[in-house]
Design a binder for this molecule. Structure first.
Ligand code: CAA
Length: 260
């Protein structure tokens, strides 16, 4: 499928998805959000893909936010639909079977921080900047930022970021737990690819069901979450990969997983 604002490449079991709107620092307009939704639907159906790497094209921005030019003339109803479109895409990423790694290569502001937060893991270049500057525009975070940021970094830190609109750098994002790791700009994509390769060498269904258990567990009490965990733990015992993984350990050899 050809996209206007995205580049989708395949590297063995890894899908590399780049947001590619350099003239607007990869800002998310309605068209780009719809293309993201199409791309993730394709990936969800592709059993060969085990991990997704999401980044922004160019050196300057991951995503500089929702498209301000497009939002500037929206009425309330259009803005509500735009927010819902953003939510649908972010939820689609959270509900995708495969894990998604955000490689944050520059500005991740507003919808950019929100997009990164919907991914399972966040790696940042030392040049990355995060923030929710919506209040400087007379708006508020509309793609899930008020919800996911507080869950990730706690209410107090989320309030500071959302109320001031100030940017934070990659080291501060690391300190507060918003990103998993920070690399130099030159190393970022190599390191992100290495992590994607490592995850894609693990039993795919074990990884996918771990993601589902983590995601669902956030909205469950711990006992219900553990019931779900026991259920999917049991499910894995009817897979070939469980037999292969345990046998390989006992036979002191490397396991080769097939994803079934
Ligand atoms: N929407 C639309 N266009 C954008 C954009 C955005 N979010 N961010 C940058 N651009 C465009 C600029 O308008 C500019 O276009 P022109 O060359 O045609 O003038 C181009 O990208 C380059 O940007 P700058 O010249 O501003 O680059 P800079 O290096 O001086 O500054 C920046 C970089 C600090 C990221 C600055 O562009 C900026 O502050 N961008 C806006 C960030 C922002 O406020 N994001 C939140 C949007 S609201 C939101 O996301 C709501 C939500 O949750 C749903």
């Amino acid at each position: 499928m050809d996209f206007e604002n995205l580049i989708l490449e395949y590297h063995d079991h890894i899908a590399l998805l780049k947001i590619n709107r350099p003239k607007a620092l990869n800002a998310l307009n309605g068209e780009t959000l719809k293309e993201l939704s199409q791309a993730f639907a394709l990936i969800a159906d592709d059993t060969n893909i085990r991990v997704v790497l999401l980044t922004g094209s160019g050196e300057k921005a991951f995503v500089a936010g929702a498209d301000i030019a497009q939002m500037s003339s929206m009425n309330s109803q259009q803005a509500r639909r735009f927010s819902q479109l953003g939510h649908n895409v972010m939820n689609q990423i959270e509900n995708l079977p495969q894990p998604v790694i955000a490689a944050v290569n520059g500005f991740a502001l507003g919808g950019g921080t929100e997009l990164a937060m919907s991914c399972d893991l966040r790696l940042a270049s030392e040049k990355a900047k995060f923030g929710q500057p919506e209040v400087t525009l007379g708006l508020l975070a509309g793609f899930g930022g008020t919800q996911r940021l507080a869950r990730l970094v706690g209410g107090g830190r989320a309030s500071e970021i959302l109320f001031t609109g100030d940017m934070i750098d990659a080291q501060e994002a690391y300190r507060i737990g918003l990103v998993n790791r920070v690399y130099s700009q030159d190393e970022l994509m190599n390191e992100a690819m290495k992590l994607a390769q490592k995850i894609s060498s693990r039993a795919p269904l074990g990884v996918q069901l771990s993601k589902t258990a983590i995601q669902r567990g956030q909205n469950m009490d711990i006992v219900t979450g553990q019931d779900y965990e026991a259920e999917v733990f049991g499910q894995l015992f009817s897979t070939q990969d469980q037999k292969e993984g345990c046998s390989a350990f006992l036979e002191k050899r490397q396991a080769i997983f097939q994803g079934h």
